[in-house]
Design a protein around this ligand. Structure first.
Ligand code: ATP
Ligand code: MG
Length: 555
C-alpha cells in the first residue's frame, strides 16, 4: 500500500559524499547527530536526523548518536531518553552504542594539557566583562590578555588547580592562544575550559572544569572517525577553530565540517529555549502538547514517521536560509494518511435524529469498507431508529450551494439510506434539539431510478455509538513569524488563543472502541484523528485531530 520510495533529489551534501566515495577519499562514511540534551527535539532536528542518518543509510555508512553534553547545568536524563525515543521513532538506528561527548572528557583534558605544554593555551583571569572588552569587535582588533604570556609551568599549575576545584566558577578559564586580531572573532583566544561546580548526568562529580563546545566537537568527531561533520550554518564561522583544534592536536582522524541552512517553519518556533519556556510557563500541556513543533508532539498528534521523513526530503538541503510553509508539512501528513488511514465516522456536534418510519427496536448491521481504495477489510455499523448527525448538517436557512439537510429536503447517510427531514423539535430557547425524519427503504447503498440525492452526511447510531472527547488543534501562533525581531517574551503574545478547541460529548461509531494508540483514522468529512496517547483510557476515548482534510488556511 505504501508508495515506492522515489529516487531522492540530489543536494550538495549528497554530492560531496558521493564524490568522496568515488575518489576513494573514504572507503565508507561516518556521520553523527549531536544533540545537546537540554530539551526535546523539534522538527528542525528532524531535518538534521534525516540528513545524517539518511546519508549513512544511503551510502552504507554509519551514523552515530552522540550527546553533546558539555553543559551539565542545563541537561537532564529525561531529555536523553526522549531524544533516543524520537530518533528511533523516526525510523533510524545509530551505529554502536549511544555516545556522549563526556565519554571523551579524559582525553580532552589530556589534550588541553598538551596545548599548554606546546605554548598554545593559557589560563586567563580576566573577568567576563574585562574579557569582553579585550575581545574587541567586528571592526576593532582585540587586545592581548595580560595573562597571555604566563609560563608553561605556571599555566600547568593553574590548570591543575582549576581541575582540582580550588577556584569558584568563572574566576579563571583556559584559553587557546591564537590571534587577538583575527578578523574571525572565534579565533580571538577562544575559551577551551571553564570552571563549573556542577553535577553531571554522566560523569557525576568527577569534574569541576568542563570543555567548551568548540574544544569538544571536532575532537569528538575525530575520536569517532566521523568523516562528514554536518551542522547548521551558524557554525560556519566556527569552522576555522574546528580545524585549528584538529591541526594542533594529535587526533586520530581529520573530519571535515559542512554546513547547511536550518529549517525554519512558519507559525511555530523551533528553538529549544522558547519551546522550554512554553512548557515551563504552562502555555502548553508539556513538551508533547500536540500543538508544539517537537517530534514527540507530532507523534502524539498522529503524524507518521514516514510523513516527516518525506517532508524533510521534500524541503531539500541548501545553504540559504528560508522559511518553509507549515502547509508543506501538513500536505505530507495528509498525503500519507489519505493512503493509509482507515475510515470511520464520528459526530463532533451530535444532533439526534429519529427516523419515524423505521421500526422501533429494529437493527440492521451494515458493512462499510474501511478504505475506499485499498482493501483493508470492512467495519460493521448498526443502523437503527435513532441516530446522530452533526448539528452543522441541518440548516433552516442554508447558504447557497448547501448540499446537506434542510427542512423537507433529502440527504444520504453515508453507507446507508436516504432520509428526509420532516420536522425539527426545538427547546424553549428555539434551539433545535432533535429532527424527525423518514427514510426511504429503497435507497440502501444506491439511488433509485430517476432520483439523485447529492448530499452525503456522516452519522452514528444513537444507542451503540460511544461518547468521546475530540480535540481540534490549530496553529500555536497566530502570526507567521511569531518571534520576529524580539527576544524574550515577545513570541508569547502571538499565541493563537484558538489553537485548542475541546469538544465533549462527541459520538464515535462503535468500531472505534477497539482503536489502538498507534492507529490513525480518517473521520469522514472531519479530518484525520488518533487516540490521545496521554489522556485516552479504556473508559474514555479522547481523539486528537492530526490534520484537517484539506488546507483551509488563508481562506
Ligand atoms: P536550538 O537552537 O533549538 O536549541 P540547537 O542547534 O542548539 O537547537 P542541538 O541539540 O545543538 O540544538 O542540535 C543538534 C543538531 O541539530 C545540530 O547539528 C544542529 O545543527 C541541528 N539542528 C538544530 N536545529 C535545527 C534546525 N532548525 N534545522 C536543521 N538542523 C537543526
Ligand atoms: Mg546547540
Amino acid at each position: 500500500m505504501n508508495k515506492p520510495e522515489a529516487t531522492p533529489p540530489s543536494h550538495f551534501l549528497r554530492q560531496i559524499v558521493q564524490s568522496d566515495l568515488n575518489d576513494g577519499k573514504h572507503s565508507s562514511i561516518v556521520t553523527r547527530f549531536p544533540p545537546e540534551p537540554n530539551g526535546y527535539l523539534h522538527i528542525g532536528h528532524a531535518k538534521s536526523i534525516c540528513l545524517n542518518f539518511g546519508l549513512a543509510r544511503e551510502f552504507g555508512g554509519d551514523c552515530h548518536l552522540r550527546f553533546d553534553d558539555t553543559n551539565p547545568a542545563k541537561e537532564e536524563q529525561e531529555y536523553i531518553d526522549a531524544i533516543k525515543q524520537d530518533v528511533e521513532w523516526l525510523g533510524f538506528e545509530w551505529a554502536g552504542k549511544v555516545r556522549f561527548a563526556s565519554d571523551y572528557f579524559d582525553q580532552l583534558h589530556a589534550w588541553a594539557i598538551e596545548l599548554i605544554k606546546s605554548g598554545k593555551a593559557y589560563v586567563c583571569e580576566l573577568s567576563p566583562e574585562q574579557a569582553r572588552e579585550y575581545r574587541g569587535s567586528l571592526t576593532e582588533a582585540g587586545k592581548n590578555s595580560p595573562f597571555r604570556d604566563r609560563s608553561v609551568d605556571d599555566n600547568l599549575d593553574q590548570f591543575a588547580r582549576m581541575t582540582a576545584g580550588e577556584f569558584t566558577d568563572g574566576v579563571k578559564v583556559l584559553r587557546a592562544k591564537i590571534d587577538m586580531a583575527a578578523p574571525n572573532m572565534n579565533l580571538r583566544d577562544p575559551i577551551l575550559y571553564r570552571i563549573r561546580h556542577a553535577h553531571h548526568h554522566q560523569t557525576g562529580d568527577k569534574w569541576c572544569v568542563y570543555p567548551s563546545y568548540d574544544f569538544t566537537h571536532g575532537q569528538s568527531d575525530a575520536i569517532e572517525g566521523v568523516t562528514h561533520s554536518i551542522c547548521t550554518l551558524e557554525f560556519e564561522d566556527h569552522r576555522p577553530l574546528y580545524e585549528w583544534c584538529l591541526n594542533n592536536l594529535p587526533v586520530p582522524a581529520t573530519p571535515r565540517q559542512y554546513e547547511f541552512a536550518r529549517l525554519n517553519l512558519n507559525y511555530t518556533v523551533t528553538s529549544k529555549r522558547k519551546l522550554k519556556q512554553l512548557v515551563d510557563e504552562k502555555h502548553v500541556d508539556g513538551w508533547d502538547d500536540p500543538r508544539m513543533s517537537t517530534i514527540s508532539a507530532f507523534r502524539r498528534r498522529g503524524y507518521t514517521p514516514a510523513s516527516i521523513r518525506e517532508f524533510c526530503e521534500r524541503i531539500g538541503v541548501t545553504r540559504s536560509d528560508g522559511v518553509v510553509d507549515m502547509g508543506v508539512l501538513e500536505f505530507c501528513i495528509r498525503d500519507d494518511l489519505d493512503a493509509s488511514a482507515p475510515r470511520a465516522m464520528c459526530v463532533l456536534k451530535p444532533l439526534k435524529v429519529t427516523i419515524t418510519n423505521y421500526p422501533e427496536g429494529n437493527t440492521e448491521l451494515l458493512s462499510l469498507p474501511r478504505h475506499p481504495k485499498h482493501d483493508i477489510g470492512v467495519r460493521e455499523l448498526p443502523f437503527e431508529r435513532e441516530i446522530y448527525i452533526d448539528q452543522d448538517d441541518y440548516m433552516v436557512e442554508p447558504p447557497k450551494g448547501y448540499k446537506r439537510l434542510v427542512p423537507g429536503g433529502e440527504v444520504r447517510l453515508r453507507g446507508s439510506y436516504v432520509i428526509r427531514a420532516d420536522e425539527a423539535i426545538t427547546d424553549a430557547d428555539g434551539n433545535i434539539v432533535e429532527l424527525l425524519c423518514s427514510y426511504d427503504p429503497e435507497t440502501l447503498g444506491k439511488n433509485p431510478e430517476g432520483r439523485k440525492v447529492k448530499g452525503v452526511v456522516h452519522w452514528v447510531p444513537a444507542s451503540t455509538s460511544i461518547e468521546c472527547e475530540v480535540r481540534l488543534y490549530d496553529r500555536l501562533f497566530k502570526t507567521a513569524n511569531p518571534d520576529k525581531g524580539e527576544e524574550g517574551a515577545g513570541f508569547l503574545e502571538n499565541i493563537n488563543p484558538e489553537s485548542l478547541v475541546v469538544l465533549k460529548g462527541c459520538r464515535a461509531e462503535p468500531s472505534l472502541a477497539s482503536a489502538s494508540a498507534d492507529e490513525r483514522f480518517q473521520f469522514e468529512r472531519e479530518g484525520y484523528f488518533c487516540l490521545d496517547s496521554k489522556d485516552a483510557t479504556a473508559d474514555k476515548l479522547v481523539f486528537n485531530r492530526t490534520v484537517t482534510l484539506r488546507d483551509s488556511w488563508g481562506n
